[in-house]
Design a protein around this ligand. Structure first.
Ligand SMILES: [Zn+2]
Length: 103
């Protein structure tokens, strides 16, 4: 990928609020223990949806400001005492992003 980044993600107002790996966990009925991804994660744009019909998501997302790519994954587990949702957001290197773009 020859495209030059406008600004490094460390200086980006969105990406600087996101760690290299973010995760969150929600369990229904146990809301006090729930964690959520940082609000900045909601500013990322969807580039590719690899599992549009699945309840488990796998998406390539991109920061609209600095063009950094992220992999967003969710997992879902149905349990009798309350279903569990897990979310992961991982910052991708340009090489990793190129691989997902080529898929
Ligand atoms: Zn950014």
């Amino acid at each position: 990928m020859a495209k030059k980044k406008a600004i490094p993600y460390t200086k980006c107002s969105i990406c600087s609020r996101l760690a290299d790996v973010e995760s969150a966990f929600q369990k229904y009925g146990w809301e006090e223990d729930n964690t959520y991804l940082p609000a900045a994660a909601g500013k990322l744009m969807l580039v590719k949806d690899f599992k549009p019909y699945s309840s488990r998501k796998l998406q390539l997302q991109q920061c609209p400001q600095c063009k950094t790519y992220y992999l967003y994954e969710t997992d879902y587990e149905f349990l009798v005492n309350g279903s569990e949702d897990e979310e992961y957001l991982r910052r991708l290197s340009e090489e990793e992003a190129a691989e997902y773009l080529a898929k």
